[in-house]
Write a protein that binds this ligand. Structure first.
Ligand SMILES: [Zn+2]
Ligand SMILES: [Zn+2]
Length: 267
């Protein structure tokens, strides 16, 4: 069962990525939230080139993926859940929630530690906010994140299927909550009790530091509310707010070579 899951993992992930990307892109065309200022071709070609580079970097740096490690941990009885023989119906949902909380904490850390912020600020330097922003992460951030996930999988011993669900869910929800889509505010209000919505995460992409340092959640919206980092709306409104960070604001900065070198640049 697990071997089959592992063999199909790349196909499942790629299909989910392409499916959600297409669905959100279509939704953005049908019902956009903010007016587009920068040609889609410029941002999309570069953001998607970065995703391809991230995937290659991950392949080269890690001989094993998180789902693969979960399979090994299950076979050898590593980690909390395996050691106690926790039944799947408890271990699967609990693992997804614990992994999501870990990603929330990691995100807070990437803002708080200056060296990590240099890597993560590239995600924030996107001058617009759409589905491709949701996958625009520096390869070194992706590698560090995978390292943390592997450590957590070894310690927790989650079922392999839970790790796969979590990774597909995180990727899908990141593309959803970065989308430039117009969800009626009444729907948004109840939806953001279950999942991080685009209006909720857009606040995090504000140029204002106090707004950027809120709404760290990617998947479940509860951590921000529980830990006091929740901010309902941006001060200048969703249409009036400025996105990005105060430097790297030229169109040239949106090219993939500049994105890769951004952590090393001062001005
Ligand atoms: Zn952030
Ligand atoms: Zn973001």
């Amino acid at each position: 069962m697990d071997e089959m899951l592992l063999a199909r993992e790349p196909v499942i992930r790629l299909a989910a990525f392409l499916g959600v990307l297409a669905a959100m892109a279509f939704w953005e065309i049908l019902a956009p939230r903010r007016r587009r200022e920068i040609p889609r071709l410029l941002r999309w070609s570069n953001n998607l080139a970065l995703v391809a580079l991230d995937a290659v970097a991950l392949r080269i740096a890690f001989p094993i993926v998180a789902v693969g490690l979960a399979v090994i941990a299950e076979e050898r009885g590593w980690g909390l859940f395996n050691a106690f023989g926790t039944p799947g119906w408890i271990a699967v949902p609990l693992s997804v929630v614990v992994l999501d909380f870990a990603i929330y904490l990691q995100h807070v850390l990437f803002h708080a530690v200056p060296a990590l912020w240099r890597l993560h600020r590239m995600h924030h330097a996107d001058l617009e906010f759409d589905v491709t922003t949701g996958v625009r992460f520096h390869p070194v951030e992706i590698l560090l994140s995978m390292g943390l996930k592997l450590g957590l999988v070894a310690a927790l011993g989650p079922p392999a299927v839970a790790v796969l669900i979590f990774e597909v869910l995180l990727n899908a929800s990141s593309m959803f909550n970065h989308s430039n889509i117009d969800i009626p505010s009444r729907t948004d209000r109840w939806l953001r009790w279950i999942v991080v919505t685009p209006d909720m995460h857009r606040v995090h992409h504000s140029v204002l530091p106090e707004e950027a340092n809120s709404n760290y959640g990617f998947n479940l919206p509860w951590w921000d509310r529980l830990l006091g980092t929740y901010r309902a709306q941006p001060k200048s409104g969703h249409l009036g707010m400025t996105l990005g960070i105060d430097r790297f604001r030229t169109r040239r900065d949106l090219w993939v070579d500049r994105m890769l070198l951004q952590p090393l640049r001062r001005r």
